[in-house]
Write a protein that binds this ligand. Structure first.
Ligand SMILES: Cc1cc2nc3c(=O)[nH]c(=O)nc-3n(C[C@H](O)[C@H](O)[C@H](O)COP(=O)(O)OP(=O)(O)OC[C@H]3O[C@@H](n4cnc5c(N)ncnc54)[C@H](O)[C@@H]3O)c2cc1C
Ligand code: FES
Length: 245
C-alpha cells in the first residue's frame, strides 16, 4: 500500500562531500518495513527519484542520498521549510521474520542507508547485529558511529585502505559470526557477497531505473529464478536464492 503526500523539509545537511541527509516531516504510517523506499517528485522533472528510507518515526522520515545527477543536485539545493511531494510505502522491504539470531548487514556506499532502520528493527527483536560498511575511501565513510550507537558491531572496509579493513566488504567477513545476511549496494558487491557467503542464506536489495515506482509500468522488471519480477513492487528486496545474476 502506498500513499502520496506533501512533506516539509526539516533538515538537508552534508554527511560527506557528495552525500546529504534529509529529514522530512509528514505522514509516515505507510512505511511498514525497513528497506522500503519513497519516490520524490521534483519540480520540472517528469520522473520521480526513488530513495530508500534510512529511518522513520511517527512524524519524520530520514533519507540519505548521493548527488549523482541533475535530480539529486536539485534536491541538495532545497532548504529547510521547503516542501516535497512523496510517494511513501513503496516496495516490499526486508523480512526480519526469518530464523536468525546473528544477522550480518552489509552496505556499500548509498546502499548503507536502508540498513540503519533494519538494524534498529533486528536489535528490537533481540538479535545480535554485525554490520559491514564498504566505501572507496575514508572521506566517503558515513554512519559508522550511528550504527555503533545503536549497539551493532561495526566493521568499515575501504577500497584504498584509508579507513578500516583494506579492500571490499567481502574482505571484511573473516572472523565475523553470522547465520544470515541482509545487503544493499552495487550489483557487483551483492554478487560477490552472495558467492562469499556460500550456504548462508540472505536477502539483497536491488536497484533499477524506475518509471512509476508502484508497479504499473513494468519498467523495472528483472528476471529471477521465479520468473519476471518488478523491482519496485515485488522488490527491491529479493532472497539470495531467487536472484538471477
Ligand atoms: C529502490 C531504490 C532505492 C534507492 N535508494 C537510494 C538511496 O537511499 N540513496 C541514494 O543516494 N540513491 C538511492 N537510489 C538511487 C537514486 O534513485 C538515484 O541515484 C537517483 O534517482 C539519481 O537521480 P538524478 O536525477 O540525480 O540522476 P540522473 O542520472 O540525472 O537521473 C536520470 C534518471 O535515471 C534514474 N536513475 C539514475 N541513477 C539511478 C539509480 N542508481 N537507480 C535508479 N534510478 C536511477 C533517475 O531516477 C532519473 O529518472 C535508489 C534507487 C532505487 C531504485
Ligand atoms: S517502475 Fe513502474 S512497474 Fe516498477
Amino acid at each position: 500500500m502506498y500513499k502520496k503526500g506533501i512533506y516539509k523539509i526539516l533538515a538537508n545537511e552534508p554527511l560527506t562531500a557528495a552525500v546529504r541527509r534529509m529529514v522530512l516531516a509528514g505522514d509516515t504510517q505507510w512505511i511498514v518495513r525497513p528497506g522500503q523506499f519513497v519516490d520524490i517528485a521534483l519540480e520540472g522533472r517528469y520522473l520521480r527519484r526513488p530513495i530508500s528510507v534510512c529511518d522513520c518515526d511517527e512524524r519524520t522520515i530520514t533519507l540519505i542520498y548521493k548527488i549523482v545527477g541533475d535530480g539529486t543536485a536539485q534536491l541538495a539545493r532545497m532548504a529547510p521549510g521547503g516542501e516535497l511531494d512523496l510517494l511513501t510505502g513503496l516496495g516490499n522491504g526486508f523480512d526480519t521474520s526469518v530464523a536468525s539470531r546473528r544477522p550480518l548487514l552489509v552496505g556499500g556506499g548509498v546502499g548503507v542507508p536502508p540498513l540503519y532502520n533494519l538494524a534498529k528493527r533486528l536489535l528490537a527483536e533481540g538479535k545480535t547485529v554485525e554490520v559491514v560498511l564498504g566505501f572507496n575511501t575514508a572521506e566517503e565513510v558515513f554512519y559508522a558511529e550511528e550504527f555503533r550507537a545503536l549497539g551493532c558491531g561495526v566493521t568499515v572496509a575501504t577500497a584504498d585502505g584509508s579507513c578500516g579493513t583494506k579492500g571490499f566488504v567481502t574482505d571484511a567477513l573473516a572472523g565475523l559470526e553470522f547465520d544470515y545476511f541482509y545487503a544493499c549496494g552495487p550489483l557487483p558487491m551483492l554478487r560477490a557477497l552472495c558467492d562469499a557467503t556460500g550456504d548462508v542464506a540472505g536477502q539483497v536489495s536491488l536497484e533499477e531505473r524506475m518509471g512509476c515506482g508502484f508497479g504499473a509500468c513494468m519498467g523495472c522488471t528483472c528476471s529471477t529464478k521465479n520468473g519476471p519480477k518488478r523491482i519496485c513492487k515485488e522488490g527491491p528486496v529479493f532472497a539470495k536464492a531467487e536472484v538471477e545474476w
